[in-house]
Design a protein around this ligand. Sequence first.
Ligand SMILES: [Zn+2]
Length: 232
Amino acid sequence: MVATPGEIVSAVVGHTVDTNDASRVFGRMRNFDVNDVLVVEFPTAQTAGRGTGRPWGHLGTEDRRRVRNVLRAVIDDRRPGISEWGACGLCGRRESLRWHEGPSFLRWPDGSPAPVCAECQRVVDRRPEAGTIDQLRVIGVEIATGFAQMYYRAPDEFRLYAETKDCDGNGHALAWDYGDGIREFREVIWADRPSLAPEDRRDEFAQRLRERIDETKREAQQQAETEHASAW
Ligand SMILES: [Zn+2]
C-alpha cells in the first residue's frame, strides 16, 4: 500500500496535515542541481541510506525539523497578510493571500500607489482595457455586487476605497465595508437582483423583492378600483 503525501507528512511531523499542504511540502523539498539531477528530496529511507523497523524511524531530529519548517512556510504562504503599501485600494480589505501592484491611476490621497488584493485582481485581470478611474469604478461595482453590464457607468457618488474622503489606507477586516455609502449601494443592487447577493443573504433579498412586488400590485389594484369608482 502506498501512503499518500498527507499520511506521510502527518506521520513525520506528528499531527494531521492537510493533503494539499503535504503535497506542497514534497514539491518544495524536491531540488535539482544544474544538471537536472535530483539532489535533495523528502527524506525517504532510501535517501537517508538506512531503514529501521518503525515507519519513518530513519528520520533524525534534523530531518523532522526540516520537514516542519517547510510545512510552516507552506502554511504561512496561504495565510492572508498585509501589504506594505496599505489595504486594497479597491475594496479596502486589509489582508489578502497575495498582493498585486494596482493600476497607475489608483493612488492614495497622498499620491502613493495603492495595491490590489488577490480577489479584486482576479476581476481586474479579466478587464485589462480599464485605463481610467471611471472604468476602474465599473470593475469595482462588479466586484462589490456581482453586477456587470455592457456600457454600464458607475453612479457618480460611487467611490473605490482609495478615493474615499480622508482615506488613511489602513483598510478594514471585510471587503467593501468602508462606509455607509458602499454598504447601502450593495444592498440596493441586491434588492433588485437577489441572485447576485452573497449566498447566505440571497433568500432574505428574494423575500424582500417578493414583498415589494406584492405591495406594488396591491397599490395598483387599489388605484384601479378608485379610478373605476370615480368613473361612475
Ligand atoms: Zn480588494
